[in-house]
Design a protein around this ligand. Structure first.
Ligand code: OAD
Length: 237
């Protein structure tokens, strides 16, 4: 069985990583164009660095751990006979820490820095600033977070689109479906004939596009769904 799972900020919320939208969300009080756009970075790189430094410090500070939903997806990925493509809009590393490999980070990775001079992408756990030096070319004032900003293209979209085109199941977990192209994946999946499921605390703009919606916390519902899927396969022999 070929399954594509798309995760969003909601899957990491129970691990203590704030979501983007809603009260207390990351975008509250921030103009997206100031902290998450190429123009914002050109205008005030230190401000953008500070925003991502704060998020990186939270991730590496020792308090954030993968939760039951991340662990259940890692289990699913290890199951023989299941071909899982795990796509995330999240820039944290909680899927990897839970044991998933080959995670497709559509919006990049917070624990990597990219050199705008030589293009090298390197692991990065410290603060970034204009004074940071590129480990590959030795350049200064040329590193940026390896994340996708508004107005930039998501990473690996072609491969993800191909996986959706082959999928038997498409499942979206903890994403508000407000940011394209990820918001269109459910429509692509249905067109390809996949059965589609949404797992979210709340109803979202594209909830109606799914065959099925389950409301509740990812930490409860994702392990439940994985268990259900694996037992149904076992029952079929
Ligand atoms: P959002 O913050 O837009 O949405 C989070 C979703 O998770 C909401 O629909 C919540 O209802 C749901 N949610 C919250 N807690 C949950 C829980 N415990 N269990 C299940 N669901 C829960 O985050 P995303 O949809 O991931 O892009 O945002 C998509 C993109 O918008 C981000 O990758 C980012 C942002 O702007 C960039 O920075 C390029």
């Amino acid at each position: 069985m070929k399954i594509v799972v798309l995760t969003g900020a909601g899957i990491s919320a129970e691990s203590g990583v704030p979501t983007f939208r809603g009260a207390g969300g990351l975008w509250e009080g921030q103009r997206i164009e100031d902290v998450a756009s190429p123009r914002g970075f050109a205008r005030d790189p230190e401000r953008v660095h500070q925003f991502y430094n704060g998020r990186r410090a939270l991730l590496t500070g020792g308090t954030i751990q993968p939760n039951a939903a991340h662990l259940a997806l890692a289990r699913l990925g290890r199951t023989r006979g299941i071909e899982l493509t795990l796509v995330t809009q999240n820039i944290d590393d909680l899927h990897e820490r839970a044991g998933s490999d080959d995670v497709r980070h559509l919006h990049g990775e917070l624990l990597k820095a990219r050199c705008t001079a030589c293009g090298a992408v390197n692991p990065w756990r410290e603060d970034l600033s204009r004074a940071s030096i590129c480990p590959a070319c030795g350049g200064i004032d040329c590193l940026r977070p390896h994340v996708v900003w508004f107005g930039e293209l998501p990473f690996g979209l072609e491969e993800v689109a191909a996986a959706i085109g082959r999928a038997d199941r498409f499942v979206a977990i903890g994403t508000s479906g407000r940011v394209y192209p990820a918001a269109a994946f459910v429509a692509w999946a249905r067109e390809a004939g996949a059965r589609t499921l949404e797992i979210n605390l709340e109803e979202c703009p594209c909830s109606g596009d799914f065959h099925e919606s389950r409301r509740g916390r990812a930490g409860d519902l994702v392990p439940e769904w994985v268990e259900e899927l694996l037992s149904a396969r076992k029952d079929r022999g």
